[in-house]
Design a protein. Sequence first.
Length: 276
Amino acid sequence: MTQPLYMPIPAIIEKIADETPDIKTFTIRPEVPVPFKAGQFVELALPGVGEAPFTPSSSPKISENMEITIMRTGRVTDRLHMMGEGDEVGVRGPMGRAYPIEEFYGREILIVGGGCGVGPLRSLLLDLVDELDRYDRVIVRYGAKTPDSIVFKDAQTHGWGQGGALDVMLTVDQDDANWDGHVGMITSILTEDYLDCHAEDGVAVMCGPPIMMKYGTDVLLQRGYKPENIWLSMERNMSCGLGQCGHCRLGRYYICKDGPVFSYDEIVNNPRLWDD
């Protein structure tokens, strides 16, 4: 029997990992498995506090538990960051539109993440590396404000454990005494000097702050990526998850219902596209 989307499934927090000073990854185990596809999201419910939408950061191949990487930004996330292992939450979902993985087969995939945006992209990346032979090549470009704010720092600085099979490059806006990598905005490592890509028939997937996605998309278009091959995770402003409250409306779309994954050509003409 399918669980109604408006009924939370009880779940236990099994593990909490600190990623940065204000970002944690929660491993939760629902009473019943919650299968999802990369790009879809769930609603986490906290009794007496409220609920909020989050995209899992774990592999969609695993449904018995899921990892969700959460930045502390408001009432629900503040309370989540105060919770401990063994505490209970509710899970609704999965919801929304997933990445069209089958359309990516045989093609070069560029993943561009900024800040906490790498959380949702991690789910897609783990799906890709599980079957790397299906793709021509997988490239990762990631930017953070400082070295201390890099999410999944160990995995990212070690090529996501793939022994050089992935083309991975990181950048920070501001370095410190221990950083020996690139310094500059994320767009600086999307240029020809740092990114050798097959833009004419490649796929690009991006998630991060709106301003980063705006200028990142501009650079990708300049590099020759086609609008229909640039996929954006437009997660901001989602609330109910059912397209009922209207909070996430973007033109004729409801992000929580019709997205949060969109190709750029689907939403390019919306004047509020990059509103924060």
